[in-house]
Design a protein around this ligand. Structure first.
Ligand code: AMP
Length: 720
């Protein structure tokens, strides 16, 4: 560490701010923000600043660099964006009319994922509602064509939102000037920026910035992982350490449940919970890889339960549109992977788990290995020749024409990036500003070792490496998160369940945990139903689960068991077996291919329409049935005799998560009328139950905690 930096970090420690002492009566106007911003905030119904906003905005307006421990849900975007815009407005107001200096890029916001870039940009545009043309924002994250992006950059937008690699590429191509009038650099989700191996990019990027500018670094953690970024980017920052509980009420409003089950029972339980609406409202179902996204989607399709998938393989425009629509309530169930956000975390937790692994007896490990080998050898119920064609979305496969096509499409986009990078490197430029200020950041030398950065990237995942769902994205009104596959790290558990119980609303998480014992059972049952990859185990659930329990209890939270009387689901098991048989590896591969092709077409339409005709896109649905498998009509409905007594996981409206209930047999009550009406209103929604008169789902009523509300509902109907 240089002397200069040692000094600045010592100063930082003294500048730590305790955020827990925010005045309840504080308003945005008290913070001294520009009137146009205050009007924008009022339009968004932001009545008072969140703690991170209350603390950071005055410091930022006073010119301080800021290091804030704050994550999505804390209001961190406004915390950095409001002062950033305020400063731009102030500079521009002070300039004479028509001054050429008015047109310049003054702010850069770096984010780790393209999804987050979209969200930050959308939020900024909302805030700018009353700023007229005074401030513009441009999002350049993602794999847009340079021919489109460069003319937009040439207009010198006031603020650019980007991933580090994208802006670096454009800087190297001389497409944008960040030296002349640059004011503010923001690194959002800084720990994730580090996880995504962007540090080298940031380092290089700094060579294109002036010596003096203000920096904000927002991070979910302030540990070693962000140390080098801190050193690189901040000078004498104020440090805001937001407590998880004060920055976001997530943990108070989140009901965390788990259930120990076998791999096959996961499917059975989820089917029952969704079909019988025991898990109500919008739900994100996390799985651990893309193949399992489609496996689960096809499985649910067998019961006419529609869902939308979200994974790194889908084109960016489709992903952005899917998230937007999910937030608008177009889809009830989203099956998502979070592979992108796990990169660094896996390694981190791997280290942490070494000790635990050493404690385990070696015999167990050997057994696991044998089991894994056996699983790998499991047949699929399809001929061996077909098995050889199994598609895993990576490389080295014996592909048929369709797959060739898809592979070619995927490679084309990879090559596009590589071309960009090659030409970008060729045009790299150096800095020429002479340092004069004693508090200057350490200006990194232009990196002569650019090649290693790139080779590092190429060794990363083949999918979109800037994809990230469990972190950063502000999902709205999610009633429940289901960890269908238990996350591979405790950290990713925290991020996943953090997608619900946001903005002061209640939420539920339900995690399926497959213990070693259950894993054994899974193997047996998958043999019974003919393999089909249903026995795929995703790492060691138990070890990670134990770590999660430890972490949660350390922060005063509990994860409670959710008990399901499995014997009552016996009647559903045959249907589940039927559905499982219908979903083979071949059908998954076909579905994945079909979806990818469809989304590539969607993506083209989205690209053309995103900017000026967003309403035209409403007809573009992403949850269409992929049905390469035979869908059996009778599986859509559940007859009365099969009704189990199972405790509901979450109630329909978020905010009523305590409304636990159970399903009564046959009894036709006012409640059932209400449920029936709701079913009609929702057009069968996620359960696909709407429409027909004799749908047995309409005869259900929910007892338990929900009863009082139901009775009231009955009264209202009578008087109406
Ligand atoms: P963020 O942490 O920036 O992702 O923000 C989380 C959510 O809180 C977003 O939906 C914001 O629109 C919302 N939000 C941010 N600041 C405020 C505020 N002061 N009052 C109400 N909602 C806010």
């Amino acid at each position: 560490m240089s002397e200069e930096h040692s000094k600045s970090m010592t100063e930082t420690e003294a500048a730590e701010v305790t955020p827990n002492t925010v005045d309840d009566n504080l308003t945005f106007a008290d913070l001294g923000l520009d009137d146009r911003l205050l009007r924008g905030l009022a339009k968004l119904n932001f009545t008072k600043p969140t703690p991170v906003q209350a603390k950071s905005i005055p410091l930022a307006l006073a010119g301080k660099d800021i290091l804030a421990k704050a994550r999505t849900g804390s209001g961190k975007t406004a915390a950095f964006m409001l002062p950033l815009i305020h400063k731009i407005l102030a500079v521009k107001d002070a300039l004479p009319a028509n001054s050429p200096e008015a047109t310049a890029t003054r702010g850069l916001v770096l984010v780790p994922t393209v999804e987050l870039a979209g969200q930050v940009t959308a939020f900024t545009n909302n805030i700018l509602l009353f700023c007229g043309r005074a401030v513009s924002v441009l999002n350049i994250a993602g794999k847009q064509n340079d021919n489109i992006q460069q003319p937009l950059l040439a207009t010198q937008p006031d603020i650019i939102v980007s991933t580090p690699s994208r802006i670096l590429a454009q800087l190297k191509l001389n497409a944008v000037d960040l030296k002349t009038h640059f004011q503010t650099l923001v690194i959002d989700e800084a720990d994730l920026v580090c996880n995504y191996d962007y540090e080298e990019d940031v380092k290089e990027l700094l060579t294109f910035l002036p010596k003096i500018f203000q920096s904000f670094l927002m991070s979910a953690t302030l540990g070693d992982d962000v140390d080098s970024l801190k050193q690189l980017v901040l000078r004498s920052p104020a440090i805001l350490k937001m407590e998880d509980k004060t920055m976001d009420s997530t943990w108070d409003n989140l009901k965390q449940l788990y259930t120990i089950c076998s791999e096959t029972d996961k499917y059975l339980i989820l089917y029952v919970l969704l079909k019988l609406k025991l898990l109500k409202g919008k739900c994100i179902i996390f799985v651990n890889d893309i193949e399992r996204c489609y496996r689960l989607k096809l499985f649910l399709e067998q019961f006419s339960i529609p869902s939308v998938v979200l994974n790194s393989e889908l084109p960016l425009n489709s992903r952005v549109h899917i998230v937007e629509e999910f937030n608008k309530g177009v889809y009830d169930y989203m099956i998502a992977t979070d592979e992108g956000g796990l990169k660094g975390e896996k390694e981190e937790e791997l280290k942490a788990s070494v000790e635990e692994i050493e404690e385990n007896n070696e015999d167990e490990d050997e057994e696991d290995e044998e089991e894994a080998e056996e699983e790998a050898e499991e047949d699929d119920g399809i001929p061996e020749g077909d098995l050889e064609m199994e598609f895993d979305g990576s490389e080295g496969e014996d592909l048929d024409n369709d797959e060739d096509e898809m592979e070619a499409m995927m490679k084309a986009s990879d090559n596009e990036d590589e071309d960009d990078e090659a030409s970008a490197m060729a045009e790299m430029q150096g800095g020429d500003v002479t340092p004069t200020d004693s508090k200057k950041r350490k200006q990194p030398e232009p990196d002569t070792k650019t090649a290693p950065t790139k080779s590092k990237k190429k060794s990363g995942p083949k999918k979109d490496q800037e994809y990230g769902v469990s972190r950063g994205i502000d999902f709205v009104n999610v009633a429940a998160v289901v960890n269908f596959d238990f996350p591979p790290t405790a950290k990713s558990y925290t991020h996943r369940v953090g997608r619900t119980a946001r903005g002061g609303q209640m939420g539920t998480s339900l995690s399926f945990v497959v213990t070693a014992e259950e894993k054994e059972k899974s193997l047996k049952s998958s043999q019974i139903i003919g393999g089909g990859g249903w026995n795929q185990m995703q790492g060691d659930d138990e070890a990670v689960f134990n770590r999660v329990v430890k972490q949660q209890s350390a922060s005063g939270c509990t994860i409670n068991p959710y008990t399901i009387p499995m014997q009552q689901l016996a009647g559903f098991r045959y249907r589940m077996d039927d559905a499982m048989r219908a979903v083979t590896r071949m059908s998954i591969r076909e579905a994945r291919l079909k979806e990818l092709k469809a989304e590539m077409l969607n993506s083209e339409k989205l690209r053309a329409h995103f900017e000026d005709k967003p309403k035209d896109l409403e007809y573009l649905r992403h949850d269409k049935t992929l049905h390469p498998t035979r869908v059996q009509a009778h599986m859509k409905h559940v007859p009365d005799y099969m009704m189990p007594k199972v405790q509901a996981v979450s109630s329909e409206k978020i905010g009523e998560a305590e409304g636990l209930g159970h399903i009564n047999f046959k009894k036709k009550t006012q409640n059932s009328v209400r449920v029936s009406r709701q079913n009609k209103r929702h057009g069968g929604g996620g359960g696909g139950s709407g429409g027909k008169k004799n749908d047995p789902l309409k005869k259900f009523s929910f007892g338990g905690g929900g009863r009082n509300k139901d009775r009231k509902g009955g009264k209202r109907q009578k008087t109406a």
